[in-house]
Design a protein around this ligand. Structure first.
Ligand code: GTP
Ligand code: SPV
Ligand code: MN
Length: 642
């Protein structure tokens, strides 16, 4: 039976194509939400795939699609002994990371996108996208992927459907989210859901019907990642990579969800989520925000070097935090898998991740060994004598190019993580005891500092700067402001987002979590890291836990509370007293310069910057002036564990 050409509520009307000619499989009986049923038909009619497949996220589907991709040459099966049921994908060299300059917020009002987002008017953008998507799936299969972000039916969970012509995206979604009929069944006639349309933008037949040869990684030089917050929809064209193509991740769970969260009084954040257990059995839940490729996955899977401490994993990239009925802040990881950075991951730096990606994993843009295994920079101290690099070329240690792309990634189910916390899929989430802001800072920011209040914590989050990484296109190592690690991910005006954080804190009152800032990346004069990091970061977590439970004291400094005396457990750690002093050094002059930059940064947002944050900046400046004064008077600035 064909659908009737009914009025569309949420989406623009159908194109002029007659509805008697709907691609096979687009119309599905029993879909309870009429908007959803019509939307699939509309997209199929617009894009004209050869077939439409509704995905169920099953093992059988995974096997079928991965077999087909191996057959087609877009996946390489890895050695089944070393990596059972695992595959390598090599992307187009022009499609290797998120494309921030092609990412748009299409709110009705340009000012709602704010100065940090690219904006397009929704009408004009839709017209342009309809042109690009017209018949863009000719010769391909269109996959319809219904999913839940968060446990099915959970109080904080949300639903979505992604349409894609990329089988790589479809199988990746089945790892990264809860895909299937159970998710589809949750979408009732009035249930809100997020619509995502994705195409790699490379049809397999031209408009005259002539066959076009497929390639291993189809993409299009024209790329768009567009968000329509007022219609809860996402349109992505031309890229098959990561956050550009896996729409539930950054597009939904951060950009769209942040606008929903603003309206509903919760927070959608670029944060890992862990459970930390002390030797005496007390447990704490921490949510920590770090910009892309700055250590979330490592911290989420941390193996503490401190005896008796335990870290359990709940999430490594995204957290949704919502005030619960009891007045505490509760959090879930809306995802169900990891899309983690491969380079730098080793048995030494992250043994848990290495185990997690042993089987049932898709590797993208890593190198291939002669034995059908994978390799990347940092996996082993000695590179293999011969590899096939991420672009498919022969590689030897003399090649002078990276064997794996620096943003190479693994896609693996969270259930394969051996440190997974039992409450990782608790429907009401876990209570958050502390919020931690991190970033990559060669200078200035100490190993750890505690905010003095929620407002001070929001100021710290709002002023985070971090050195750029390979996770986004563009130059690496450039210091840029990345508030809350969310610069590319807030779906509305950044300054309004800061105000929203202040509002959520006010609603939580004295039940608001404590707030901290950490920096594993400070370097000495010789350019080496001052702090060993990785498992040793447990020492910092233990100090944070001590602060939450009131067991350890702080020394006030101009920028917040620093560990006092022996508060930071350094037992058994070989670190020079001078390195430790440098890790906690607060140079008032350098910080005052940073304050000037903060003022310039705030000015970009005009009068939307909350007055509270301006006051925090004034307060910080006056304390730094006082510290500079007492430093010239010869008194020590702060006492640091040494
Ligand atoms: P996205 O998935 O891009 O959001 O990033 P992520 O924050 O999860 O990144 P990930 O944890 O994969 O970051 C990896 C990078 O951080 C690698 O370059 C690691 O070497 C580095 N890293 C992680 N933890 C530490 C640490 O404690 N010390 C140092 N020096 N580097 C670290
Ligand atoms: C990030 O860039 O922060 C990622 C990878 O987590 S992606 O999913 O591509 O956005
Ligand atoms: Mn991320």
């Amino acid at each position: 039976m064909q659908p009737q050409a009914t009025h569309e509520h949420r989406f623009p009307p159908l194109p002029a194509t007659p509805l008697t000619d709907v691609p096979d499989g687009a119309w599905r009986h029993g879909v309870a939400n009429p908007d959803l049923a019509r939307w699939v038909v509309r997209i199929a009619t617009l894009t004209r795939p050869d077939a439409v497949v509704w995905c169920d996220g099953s093992e059988a589907e995974w096997s079928r699609l991965t077999d087909e991709m191996v057959e087609a040459g877009s996946l390489i099966r890895l050695d089944p002994g070393a990596h059972p049921d695992s595959f390598l994908a090599r992307s187009d060299p022009a499609d290797v990371a998120r494309i921030e300059d092609r990412t748009f917020i299409c709110s009705q009002d340009a000012s709602d996108a704010g100065p940090t987002n690219n904006w397009r008017a929704p009408g004009g953008m839709h017209a342009e996208l309809d042109g690009l998507f017209a018949e863009c799936m000719r010769g391909r299969t269109m996959y319809v992927v219904p999913y839940s972000m968060g446990p099915i039916g959970g109080a904080i969970s949300r639903l979505g459907v992604q349409i894609t012509d990329s089988p790589y995206a479809a199988v990746s979604l089945s790892v990264m989210t809860r895909v299937g009929d159970h998710a589809l069944a949750e979408i009732g006639p009035d249930t809100p859901w997020v619509a995502g349309v994705h195409s790699v933008g490379m049809p397999l037949r031209d408009h005259r019907g002539r066959r076009i040869e497929d390639v291993a990684w189809p993409s299009n030089p024209t790329k768009y990642v567009c968000h329509f917050p007022e219609e809860s929809s996402i349109w992505s064209f031309g890229s098959g990579y990561g956050g550009n193509a896996l729409l539930p991740k950054k597009c939904f769970a951060l950009r769209i969800a942040s606008t929903i969260a603003r309206d509903e009084g919760w927070l959608a954040e670029h944060m890992l989520l862990i459970k930390l257990t002390a030797p005496d059995g007390r447990a704490f839940h921490l949510a920590a925000s770090f910009p892309s490729a700055c250590g979330k996955t490592n911290l989420a899977m941390l193996q503490p070097t401190l005896p008796g401490w335990r870290v359990e994993t709940i999430g490594d990239d995204i957290a949704w935090l919502r005030p619960g009925p009891d007045g505490t802040l509760r959090a879930i990881n809306p995802e169900a898998g990891f899309f983690g950075v491969a380079p730098g991951t080793s048995v030494e730096s992250n043994p848990v991740a290495m185990d997690t990606m042993r089987r049932h994993t898709i590797f993208t843009n890593v190198a291939l060994t002669d034995d059908g295994e994978v390799w990347w920079e940092g996996k082993t101290a000695e590179p293999p004598a011969h590899l096939i690099d991420w672009q498919g070329y022969h590689w030897t240690p003399d090649s002078g190019t990276p064997a794996a792309h620096p943003n190479a990634r693994f896609t693996a189910p969270i259930e394969q993580c051996r440190t997974l916390a039992e409450d990782w899929h608790a429907a009401d989430g876990v209570p958050v005891d502390a919020i931690v802001f991190g970033g990559r800072r060669t200078t200035n920011v100490p190993l750890v500092v505690q905010a003095e209040s929620w407002a001070h914590g929001v100021f710290i989050g709002a002023t985070v700067a971090s050195e750029t990484t390979a996770a986004q296109e563009g130059a690496v190592g450039r210091l840029r402001r990345d508030p809350f690690g969310m610069l590319p991910f807030v779906g509305y005006d950044m300054a309004d987002y800061w105000q929203h954080w202040l509002d959520v804190g006010a609603a939580l009152g004295d039940r608001a979590p404590a707030v901290f800032q950490v920096n594993w990346f400070r370097r000495g004069e010789d350019g080496t890291f001052l702090w060993p990091g990785f498992g040793e970061n447990a020492r910092v977590l233990a100090w944070i836990a001590g602060r939450i439970s009131g067991d350890t004291a702080v020394t006030d400094s101009a920028i917040g509370g620093l560990p006092e005396g022996a508060g930071l457990d350094l037992d058994g750690l070989d670190i020079a007293p001078s390195a430790l002093a440098e890790l906690f050094d607060v140079d008032p002059e350098a910080w005052l310069r940073e304050c000037d930059e903060t003022e310039t940064f705030f000015d970009e947002f005009g009068d939307r910057v909350p007055q509270v944050l301006r006051t925090e900046l004034d307060h910080l400046r006056s304390r730094l002036h006082a510290a500079a004064q007492s430093a010239t008077d010869g008194s020590p600035l702060s006492e640091v564990a040494a």
